[in-house]
Design a protein around this ligand. Structure first.
Ligand code: ADP
Length: 229
């Protein structure tokens, strides 16, 4: 049960005349085991926010806490370890490694740490995601929906506390989108995940426990599903 919290998170890109204020002071708590969606127009700061919260991009100022740990107080090695062990990432373009098979792609976050995968857990994951017959294949032999399911399994391989997803269904057709979203939601209940997802798809956003709207670097709306209150 790990809580994410930001304090006065600011991000400025560029210098002088080229300065872009991408985040203008965001204070937010993201509850564990919930699905929080992030919406807003293009260029409003959604990806910057996600990257800063997920330890991928250092904010210009402000703090990000995972429980009591200020993640940007850690050194680079410690921060990468937190990213690998506490966070899982899913991107629009899947980001699978083309030269290794599906199984090795899935266990990558575990093997990078030179650890042995928990076979029972990984096999359960593979089963739940419907990938059993695909594990010896290479990513380019799979459909887009299957590749995204591999990316979801990889994101879950280390049993992270939080899954961050940046437009995970942006490259998928509507039927596959619905399937992938169902799988992500199943992961919240089945594997006790927290899900933070950027989406342009209103139908997906509406099914979240909470919808954060970012405009011009600020959270301008914070809507909670009634069941959360
Ligand atoms: P969104 O995800 O909502 O589309 P972004 O977080 O990608 O928005 O971008 C927010 C603002 O920051 C935009 O004005 C964008 O052009 C700018 N921006 C994002 N990344 C960079 C970067 N690496 N260098 C300069 N400006 C950037």
């Amino acid at each position: 049960m790990k809580m994410l919290k930001t304090i006065d998170l600011k991000k400025i890109y560029g210098k002088g005349e080229n300065e872009v204020y991408a985040l203008k002071g965001i204070n937010i708590e993201i509850e564990p085991h919930k699905f929080t969606s992030i919406v807003g127009p293009s260029g409003s700061g959604k990806s910057t926010f996600l990257h800063c919260v997920a330890g991928l991009d250092k904010p210009t100022s402000g703090r990000v806490y995972l429980d009591d740990m200020n993640i940007y107080n850690l050194n680079d090695d410690q921060l990468s370890q937190v990213r690998r062990q506490e966070f899982g990432f899913i991107f629009q373009n899947f980001n699978l490694i083309p030269v290794i098979n599906v199984y090795d792609n899935i266990i990558l976050p575990v093997s990078i740490d030179k650890k042995k995968e928990n076979k029972e857990y990984i096999n359960n994951l593979i089963e739940k995601l419907g990938l059993k017959s695909q594990i010896m294949k290479f990513p380019n032999e799979l459909s887009g929906g299957q590749q995204q399911r591999v990316a979801i399994a990889r994101a879950l391989a280390n049993k992270p506390s939080v899954i961050f997803a940046d437009e995970p269904t942006g490259n998928l057709d509507s039927k596959t989108t619905a399937e992938v979203v169902e799988i992500l939601k199943m992961c919240i209940s089945e594997f006790n995940q927290t899900l933070v997802m950027i989406t342009h798809n209103e139908d997906i956003a509406k099914t979240a426990d909470r919808i954060l709207t970012i405009i011009d670097g600020k959270i301008i709306d914070d809507l909670r599903n009634k069941e959360m209150l």
